[in-house]
Design a protein around this ligand. Sequence first.
Ligand SMILES: C[S@@+](CC[C@H](N)C(=O)[O-])C[C@H]1O[C@@H](n2cnc3c(N)ncnc32)[C@H](O)[C@@H]1O
Length: 358
Amino acid sequence: MALDLDPGSAATGNAQLVRAIIEEMDGSAIPFERFMELALCHPEHGYYRTPGRIGPGGDFLTSPRIHPMFGWSIAAWAHWSWETLGKPEPFTVFEPGAGEGYLATAMLDWAWGRDEEFAKALRYVAIEPGARGSDSRVTWAAPPIQPAEHGLVVTNEFFDALPVRLFDATSRGPQEVYVRWNGESFEEVAGPIANIPEAPSDGRFEVNVRAFATMTELSALVEQGAVLTFDYGYPREELWAPWRTQGTLLCFYRHTSHHNPYIHVGDQDMTAHVDFTELEAALDSAGYATFGPVSQTVFLYALGGQQLVEAVRQDLQEYFARRRALEQLTDSAGLGRVRVLAGLRGIDSTPPGFEDGL
Ligand SMILES: C[S@@+](CC[C@H](N)C(=O)[O-])C[C@H]1O[C@@H](n2cnc3c(N)ncnc32)[C@H](O)[C@@H]1O
């Protein structure tokens, strides 16, 4: 006798998460932004609550997972900031969205390997709701975070993971996308019309309403020092260019990207490109001088990425590992498209990596 084997709502993704979202919907629709927040950050079942999402066995790769040389480069940049500030102690590195702490470990290793005085001055605070790292040199923290007098706030692929509001341009104005459960799957429904100055007049677009406030909060974490942000994104005019009619929302499942946020719910990453104009404006209004955004490629080569490869010519295994890593980190079709934005407060110089302003 054949049975009905259809798993019902469990076919949509993580069964417990799908159930939790349906319960919150309570028969009506919720804004896409809330759907994305639950899918990624539900306190128990959200996508980021499970370790192993980033890396060869997960769904996507980030720069810290490619090779420690990414973190070494940022450590050298932090060292420059520390020296330029007059070697204050302590010098605190805050890393929101630190994931499993790969960047932290690489930076701390560089510090201990290169300059004991710097290493001893360094405090590393990883801000991550999941708090899964195991490096005992790192303090894992959740807001509210105690600000520091001197330091660096560094983020990698943090802002592009924040939930976004989704809109469809209509003749009446931007109409927000809402999501409901139709008994078998999640589906989109049209929400209210919004008033968004200079919004695209065609197609779909996202608004990351949290970016400005979040950057403002982060910029308050250090009184004097730097903010260094790595993310996929564009200045506003490029993000909302008339030819971009599908928006930038992307999902990643087992190293394949696609555009459907309503499958593999809680088992796939979701990301939307960052509006760098917003991030710059937030830094600017917090009294930071801003630099960039430049591409990760420009940044890493300017800092000396190639020299880091050439330095180990005698050790062929490490040489090829670094060479391959630099290729991946600067690949114009991949991580090389990440942009780097810096802000400095209390430092009156152009930071390394931004001299050419490209
Ligand atoms: C795309 S992952 C990047 C992880 C890591 N930075 C890397 O490059 O491998 C985004 C990270 O941001 C974290 N995250 C999301 N919202 C956050 C928030 N409000 N505060 C702190 N971390 C957050 C997620 O848990 C996740 O670890």
